[in-house]
Design a protein around this ligand. Structure first.
Ligand SMILES: *Cc1c(COP(=O)(O)O)cnc(C)c1O
Length: 456
């Protein structure tokens, strides 16, 4: 055994291999030496259980593999041809050009994030952004935090810690990734009071549950599932009326924060922050990176005194939004103020694109790819836990099933594993590409990756 171990090249010998020398130039001697040691330890272990002694070239190749894997740029860019617009696993909403530029300028240098330029004294990082949010939603007051989960946690902690929060059984739900409304409530220090039944809850259920210890009524938009059939939930306005009568804040978790009417695009109507404001909500919460189309953020709007309580709560600092997020969010909101959301914000550009426009792109792709590719009718979805069951008509490129090796799974894997990964979807034993979710400027790269995968 020990004689075979002696056949293994020394660490110094490996470090002077031409390929390893190149890695040292690319990264650093110290970091690469650690990789060499780790690889040599793995080799000794493999030899110890009877494996062959690897040649120097094999060891060097394995170290290159470790470096490429561990130190690759991450997250790596992918082209989303799945037709799912807000793909949670793919980073949700892509940003507009203006939002990206704003975030870059803010991050690259110094800025007046917390400086009042007139007085030269400390300013508020929220002030400017709050004004924009109020302008687009009609709210009296607003602030932004790290994400919608933290917006809810903070809002509940500020308004209802130590008190009871009334929630319909049908809304005590899991949003995704283990994020459950009852758990967030508990973490905020509030006590959950569940009322009604899974399918039917009435205003009188809320009214009957109110005690002197009630801190808030919470309504949660069922953004990621459908309840159909024998169902009832009160109109949000009725809840607000009850809250006003009994002097209890009514909170609304909207999920997506959709500022445009989805019904104008042939989709079901998604509740809008503007509507919660008109109804008289005490506080509403929504995400920045779902249908709003901006960066990860949580936005809190509502009553001036309550938003002020929320912003002065000690947790506010723990969940605050960063400067790149503030600038990207401000730039995204400006698209709504300039009424250019459907041309400038990627998710709205995708939603508003017609099937016939997508069809002409699909036709071009199929023709350029050849190899048995054709164009079929299909559906795009919103995704990201928004508008479940709602679809947009689209035209999809169906990749040819002959000529290349393996079935659709193998083809989809080759599309994922290249230098510029392309994600499609598999339906009826074919790989389908939906041009709707492919961004401007990605077309040539997509066609190259797909051609290559079809050829192999
Ligand atoms: C997505 C969602 C959340 C969580 O928002 P994040 O911004 O991901 O933290 C909370 N509530 C609802 C109803 C949602 O749809």
């Amino acid at each position: 055994m020990s004689t075979r171990l002696r056949d293994l090249p020394s660490v110094d010998r490996v470090l002077s291999d031409e390929r390893v020398v190149r890695l040292i130039a690319q990264y650093s001697r110290r970091a690469v030496t650690d990789l060499v040691r780790a690889e040599m330890a793995a080799c000794r272990e493999a030899i110890g259980i009877g494996g062959p002694v690897p040649a120097l070239a094999e060891i060097a190749a394995a170290i290159e593999g470790r470096a490429a894997d561990r130190w690759r740029e991450w997250p790596g860019s992918v082209i989303n041809a799945t037709g799912v617009i807000l793909h949670t696993n793919l980073g949700r909403a892509p940003l507009s050009r203006a939002a990206l530029d704003a975030a870059e300028r803010t991050s690259a240098g110094y800025n007046d994030l917390e400086l009042d330029m007139e007085t030269g004294k400390r300013g508020s990082r929220q002030a400017h952004l709050s004004q924009l949010v109020c302008e687009v939603t009609g709210a009296a007051a607003a602030m932004a935090v790290n994400n919608n989960a933290s917006a809810m946690l903070l809002g509940l902690a500020a308004v209802a810690a130590g008190k009871e929060v009334i929630v319909s059984r049908g809304e005590a739900v899991e949003i995704g990734g283990g994020f459950r409304i009852p758990d967030v409530l508990r973490q905020s220090g509030a006590t959950l009071v569940e009322i009604g039944t899974t399918n039917r809850t009435y205003v009188r259920d809320y009214a009957n549950a109110i005690t002197e210890n009630t801190g808030a009524i919470l309504s949660v938009h069922s953004s990621n599932f459908l309840v159909s059939g024998f169902t009832h939930s009160p109109d949000f306005k009725e809840l607000v009326r009850l809250g006003a009568e009994r002097n209890i804040p009514v909170l609304h978790d909207l999920g997506s924060g959709c500022l445009l009417d989805t019904a104008d695009f042939g989709l079901a109507h998604e509740p809008m922050p503007q509507e919660s404001v008109v109804a008289g909500v005490s506080l509403a919460f929504f995400s920045g990176d779902k249908l709003l189309g901006g960066p990860q953020a949580g936005i809190i709007i509502g009553d001036e005194a309550l938003v002020s309580d929320v912003s002065s709560h000690p947790l506010a600092r723990a969940v605050r939004i960063d400067k790149a997020g503030i600038s990207a969010l401000s730039a995204t909101l400006m698209h709504y103020i300039k009424e250019e959301a459907t041309s400038e914000i990627p998710v709205w550009r995708m939603i508003s694109r017609t099937a016939s426009d997508i069809g002409s792109t699909a036709d071009q792709w199929a023709e350029s790819l050849g190899q048995g590719c054709d164009v079929v009718d299909g559906l795009s979805t919103i995704g990201g836990g928004s508008l479940p069951g709602e679809v947009l008509n689209s035209r999809l490129v169906r990749l040819g099933s002959t000529g290349h090796t393996g079935g659709p799974d193998a083809l989809a894997q080759r599309l994922r594993n290249g230098a510029n990964p392309v994600l499609g979807r598999i339906e009826d034993d074919s790989v389908l590409l939906d041009p709707r979710t492919v961004l401007l400027g990605q077309e040539d790269t997509l066609l190259k990756t797909v051609s290559h995968a079809l050829d192999s």
